[in-house]
Design a protein around this ligand. Structure first.
Ligand code: AMP
Length: 395
């Protein structure tokens, strides 16, 4: 019987899961779902591949552990033959130590706890997910897959801040995030266009969180996010690039409390802060408010600047890939970004772009522009199969 793996992605108030069969080169998705509203009124939603979506009743005020127990109970009931051979977890921060996925044992878990201060909004929930799954399945291998790992090979100039060198040695570096998405796209691109995939490629992961990654030969060379997921592009509610002097001003001259500053930068800025309308690009595109349109213009402007900067880092561009919610589904944003970059050799096929085609550059263009859906869960499942040693059964 085929091995099955479950992926878990535990956030502050939700746990996403997916069940895969490990019987093909890429794991085959069977069902995915999420428990949302933890701590308040939880909702449990599942979507079966090729089947129906449904909502399952849950008791109120669930903890992460109870939500995970409910997920596994539901899987066991719905798929009694699908013995779970390994569980893969999304972990936002792997610090300096973890440059690839790892089997979780007591020592690894302790090392991951040490990284909580680097990602206080995400890491504790990721670890709660791991603890819940370890309790439910103590004898099943659990694999941690990191958002930072794909970027760990960066050169010093793309890894450091110009603080005293001892800060670099202490690990205060440009870690970068969205690594599971970039790794998935790098592997997909190898299948779609192996020649360009070996060259200089920029991937624009434009979703609620947004960043760019410049790759060569499918490896990350540089990325716009840094020490935290605040740096780089403006996002749904995060500010992106900002002058640290402005933060000093807010702390010192306006006596803003650190917690308030954190809320400002993570939750009240970005598209939401600029527009005053929404964090959601679809809502902004539909809005007639001038500030919503100004927020879109700012977003496009910053993406263009960062594409040009990353092109310099990798010494020229061979392909551009758009992915994630905005990148996959917003012709307007893609057109806005590419429009200003004709001098780089980018040329958009307007009709293909309007259709969200997978190739949206004009046929005579030297640089292909792709729209490629990302799938971080599939990447976690694949890593889990490989790291837990189940891949022999696939080949
Ligand atoms: P993600 O975080 O990858 O799920 O992406 C969420 C973002 O994608 C939100 O800002 C959505 O408004 C945006 N998005 C999704 N579909 C569309 C669409 N058809 N047009 C514009 N933006 C979209």
């Amino acid at each position: 019987m085929a091995d099955h793996v479950v992926t878990l992605n535990a956030g502050s108030s939700s746990v996403k899961f997916a069940l895969y069969a490990a019987d093909e080169e890429w794991p085959r998705l069977i069902v995915s779902g999420r428990v949302e509203g933890l701590g308040a009124k939880p909702r449990f939603h599942v979507a079966v591949v090729g089947g129906r979506a449904s909502d399952i009743p849950l008791p109120p005020k669930l903890t992460h552990k109870k939500a995970i127990a409910a997920i596994f109970e539901w899987i066991e009931d719905a798929y009694p033959g699908a013995a779970v051979s390994a569980i893969g977890h999304r972990v936002v921060h792997g610090g300096l130590r973890f440059a690839s996925p790892v089997i979780i044992d007591a020592e690894t878990l302790a090392q991951l706890r040490e990284l909580i201060s680097l990602a206080p909004l995400h890491q504790p929930h990721n670890l709660a997910g791991i603890e819940g799954a370890c309790e439910a399945f103590p004898h099943v291998p659990q694999v941690a897959c990191f958002d930072t790992a794909f970027h760990r090979g960066h050169a010093f100039v793309d890894d450091a801040y110009a603080l005293p060198y001892s800060y670099y040695e202490r690990g205060l570096r440009r870690f970068g995030f969205h690594g599971l998405s970039y790794e998935y796209i790098a592997r997909r691109l190898r299948a779609i266009d192996p020649i360009h995939a070996e060259g200089g490629v920029i991937v624009a992961h434009l979703g609620n969180g947004a960043s760019l990654c410049a790759m060569k030969g499918g490896r990350s060379i540089a990325t716009t996010m840094g020490f935290s997921a605040l740096e780089g592009l403006p996002m749904g509610t995060r500010c992106g690039q900002i002058d640290p002097g402005l933060l000093l001003y807010l702390l010192q001259s306006e006596a803003t409390a650190p917690e308030e500053l954190s809320r400002l930068l993570y939750e009240r800025s970005g598209l939401l802060g600029l527009s005053g309308v929404s964090h959601d690009m679809r809502a902004l595109e539909a809005s007639k408010e001038p500030r919503a349109q100004a927020a879109i213009a700012y977003f496009i402007h910053r993406v263009k600047i960062e594409i040009a900067a990353l092109t310099a880092v990798i010494g020229g561009l061979d392909a551009l890939v758009f992915t994630a919610g905005i990148g996959e589904r917003s012709p307007r944003i893609r057109a806005g970004v590419v429009e200003g970059l004709g001098w780089l050799g980018l040329a958009l096929d307007a009709a293909a772009n309007a259709r969200d085609d997978s190739l949206i550059s004009v046929s005579q263009s030297r640089i292909p522009i792709f729209v490629t859906p990302t799938d971080e869960e599939a990447m976690i499942a694949r890593h889990t199969i490989e790291t837990a040693g189940l891949s022999e059964t696939v080949r």
